[in-house]
Design a protein around this ligand. Structure first.
Ligand SMILES: Cc1ncc(C[n+]2csc(CCOP(=O)(O)OP(=O)(O)O)c2C)c(N)n1
Ligand code: SF4
Ligand SMILES: [Mg+2]
Length: 289
């Protein structure tokens, strides 16, 4: 069966502000899933809390919206219960780099086989415009009237340091380029970060579409070798007049799931408990009920 964009269409209309970068991300995810030929029942999108985390409501796909900062632990459990599902974690910069920062480092380090897409608008959108861990220093918001005093968290550099096997950055204003990156992340075997620069047109009046467009350039066209981790790290630190987009780094090593002995015979969720008698199943159930 050929999968088309219609398979992912939903009658639910997004409540995002007109012009929000989340529209580009939604379009790119749908396009990428079609490009790799996955049907909606084969995919699960896990989100947290934030404007962008409403995304699975707006497409025909399995969705799991959990607590702010916690989609990665939930996705870990889902992958262990049913590693037959393609899992995408989609969450904001606040969700991933604030409350979820510890989970981010460990997911990358473990090399769980999932896509981790950050809707990085450098602000808390849903709660009306407080500065976030990725806000540029000096950024003025309601909670930083004199400008943010902290250094910005850098998802790309952090993922590289944590041992991520696929590290990329995209731009919500380039749907086609972003779709290609997400498709590559989906096809990668292991933890795949896609940090997406996402304008928030309502609360972030600094990092606008124009601000990004004046600065972004394509790593692939600049001669960058994505097998070189040190070069990737140097590129990750580039932020200001020029901002690199594309695949910073890609390598191969066994995924976490591949190494779990209990998963070798197939997804746990799809296996029948043939080796247990009905009585033993009842006994087990009573222990956990
Ligand atoms: C445990 C917990 N702490 C705080 C909040 C309040 N809260 C909801 S969304 C959010 C930040 C949203 O920012 P981000 O993750 O960047 O998503 P965006 O809205 O920008 O897409 C916060 C702090 C919450 N819901 N739960
Ligand atoms: S507040 Fe910002 S992030 Fe939230 S929907 Fe509006 S433009 Fe998008
Ligand atoms: Mg945000």
């Amino acid at each position: 069966m050929t999968v088309t964009l219609k398979d992912y269409a939903s009658p639910v209309k997004p409540t995002w502000c007109p012009g929000c970068g989340d529209y580009g991300i939604l379009a790119a995810i749908r396009q990428a899933l079609v490009q790799v030929g996955l049907a909606p029942h084969e995919v699960l999108i896990v989100t947290g809390i934030g404007c962008g985390s409403k995304l699975p409501d707006y497409m025909h796909v399995n969705g799991f919206m959990t607590l702010h900062g916690r989609p990665l632990p939930i996705a870990t459990g889902i992958r262990l219960a049913n590693h037959g599902l393609k899992v995408l974690v989609v969450h904001g910069d606040g969700d991933s780099m604030g409350l979820g920062m510890g989970h981010f480092i460990h997911a990358a380090r473990r090399n769980l086989d999932l896509v981790d897409l950050i809707q990085n608008n450098q602000i808390y959108g849903l709660t009306k415009g407080q500065y976030s861990p990725t806000s540029d220093p000096g950024f003025i918001t309601s909670t930083s009237p004199e400008g943010a005093l902290e250094g910005a968290a850098n998802p790309v550099a952090l993922a590289l340091a944590a041992g991520a096997t696929f590290v990329a950055r995209g731009f919500a204003g380039d749907t086609k380029g972003l779709a290609d990156l997400v498709a590559r992340a989906i096809e990668h075997r292991g933890y795949a970060l896609v940090d997406v620069l996402q304008p928030c047109v309502t609360f972030n009046r600094k990092n606008t579409y124009d601000w990004y467009r004046e600065r972004v350039y394509n790593l692939a066209e600049s001669g960058h070798d994505p097998r070189d981790r040190l070069a990737a790290y140097q590129k990750a630190l580039e932020w200001g007049d020029r901002i690199p987009l594309g695949v910073f780094y890609q390598t191969e090593r066994p995924t976490y799931e591949e190494q779990v002995v209990a998963l070798k015979e197939g997804p746990l969720a799809l296996r029948t408990l043939t080796k247990l008698s009905l009585q033993e199943v009842e006994q087990l159930r009573s222990e956990f009920m």
